[in-house]
Write a protein that binds this ligand. Sequence first.
Ligand code: HEC
Length: 138
Amino acid sequence: MRKTLLVLFIAVSFMEAKELNTQMQEYMNTLKAEAKQESQNFTGFDYARGEKIFTTEAIGKKGKLISCVSCHTNDLSKSGMNEHTNKVIEPLSPTTNPQRLTDVKEVTKWLRRNFKDVYNREGTATEKGDVLTYILNK
Ligand code: HEC
């Protein structure tokens, strides 16, 4: 019995490894509430829409075609390279890089900047939630 419980406990701890911490969960809930205000048809964040946001090229801030992939690559478990500065960017996937998506301040700062880099505007709450859902589950 004790052994079964221990195994169960270990299994649950592993399952939770990819879950967001409390401050990030609260941030996602705030985004969800805002997304509902943006559209009455909103039913939840969507991986496929997030993937599209992440991979679509647009004429960015610097006037040339760029996407999130340009700096972060299409394999989020690999390091990327900043298109503008040629600096290495650590992997974006929280599975490979446990520091990712743990600090709301960091996440909001970079989403604001990076949406401007690519789309020349800030992302909506729906877009931010979608792309974070993609990064978390890719
Ligand atoms: C011009 C290069 C560039 C582009 C384009 C870019 N990023 Fe980033 N991104 C960075 C840099 C630099 C950082 C901060 C350095 C770091 O955290 O390694 C960062 C950090 C982030 C973070 C912070 C993650 C964390 O928890 O630390 C997220 C989320 C993110 N980017 C998402 C995106 C999304 C979504 C797009 C497309 C809309 C995008 N990025 C496009 C360069 C870029």
